[in-house]
Design a protein. Sequence first.
Length: 207
Amino acid sequence: MSALQSFKRHLKPGNVYRREDLVAFSNAVDRHLQELVLEGFLSKIETGLYYRPKQSDFGPVPPGEEELVKAFLKDDDFLIMSLNNYNSLGLGTTQLYNTKVVYNRKRDGKITLNKRQYYFMKNRKYPRKESLEFLLVDVVNNLKLLAENQDKLLQKVVKKMASMDKRKLMKAVNEYGNVKAQKFFKQALSEKGYISSPKQSAKNNKI
């Protein structure tokens, strides 16, 4: 068996691989990777990142998004979220978005993986799973990413708060809101009488 054939045995259909993880299986990993890409056995996603396609009746199946991001980050601590998920809040958002957000601990910036764009954000807290409260807070966090009228959208966020569990919402605000989002929600909740304003709280503490 040739060295190339031996190397191929370690590459399973549907898996995404980093070059550094394959060095142990080849004494000429760069040459072997180049040959397998030219052969069509592997697809090169970006520098140092490769995919062994699964085959279906309709041709090669693209890599799973979770698997792709996991290999890219070398970590499974992340949350992939579509901006279209905000539509579940019933705020009347009208745009459709192709770019997704990846909350994580390692990378920042706008990155293209397998011809799809992602916003990687590492300095933002995030849950393991989305909730309506998290999504509402996140709308305000990500206003600059949305092609919507910001003033009208914020007015709809305030209206939406009326139908939500205020305790859960405040918990999400404190855990996941950036500075501007926290200020916005606390002011709006205070004006609606759902929470005490900072001035009122200070006054109550003196009584």
